[in-house]
Design a protein around this ligand. Structure first.
Ligand SMILES: [Zn+2]
Length: 172
């Protein structure tokens, strides 16, 4: 399968935006990002079902998080520096405002929140969490720094009536 693939991801695919968009620049309205994400999600669900869609979004978020860690965060010293750099990168890229609510580095257990989240802030209340992509993304960031696998689950979301997304992360 691998040799004839058309679309393997690489960070370089993000392109030279300054060169390519001298007038329009780096930023787009967030609606455009959400329009693409939620129409992809609809089509994938129609074709593959809800569970596979969530798995695909988690896996894509994980791939993005791994690349983001390598390219936008980089190696860090102590855990506090990793968290500071991650907070700064997520804010710089307008992804969200990260806070760590609980951290047990030994056990690999974390509770963290992302306010003003890119994927869900301001959406209608839906009665379920929607930030599956973020779950994978955060899992990859933690794995990048700590060098162990994490499972991340969103437990509160704008779409469940909360005003911040809350994630539980557990090393496996
Ligand atoms: Zn959310």
């Amino acid at each position: 399968m691998n040799n004839d693939r058309k679309y393997p991801f690489s960070w370089e695919l993000l392109g030279d935006i300054e060169l390519g968009r001298p007038n329009l620049g780096k930023n787009i309205p967030l609606e455009v990002y959400r329009l693409m994400q939620f129409t992809f999600r609809d089509v994938i669900e129609q074709r593959y079902g809800s569970q596979a869609t969530d798995e695909i979004f988690y896996q894509a978020g994980y791939m993005a998080g791994a690349a983001f860690y390598r390219n936008a965060i980089g190696s860090s010293g102590d855990p506090n520096e990793f968290i500071r750099k991650t907070q700064a990168a997520l804010k710089e890229m307008s992804i969200g405002i990260l806070r760590i609510e609980q951290a047990d580095v030994e056990q690999g257990q974390f509770i963290l929140t992302v306010a003003e989240d890119l994927d869900c802030s301001g959406l209608p209340e839906l009665g379920y969490e929607v930030c599956t992509y973020d779950e994978g993304f955060i899992a990859a960031l933690l794995e990048g720094y700590f060098g162990r696998k994490f499972i991340v689950k969103e437990v509160d979301c704008w779409c469940t009536g909360d005003r911040t997304c809350r994630f539980e992360a557990q090393a496996v």
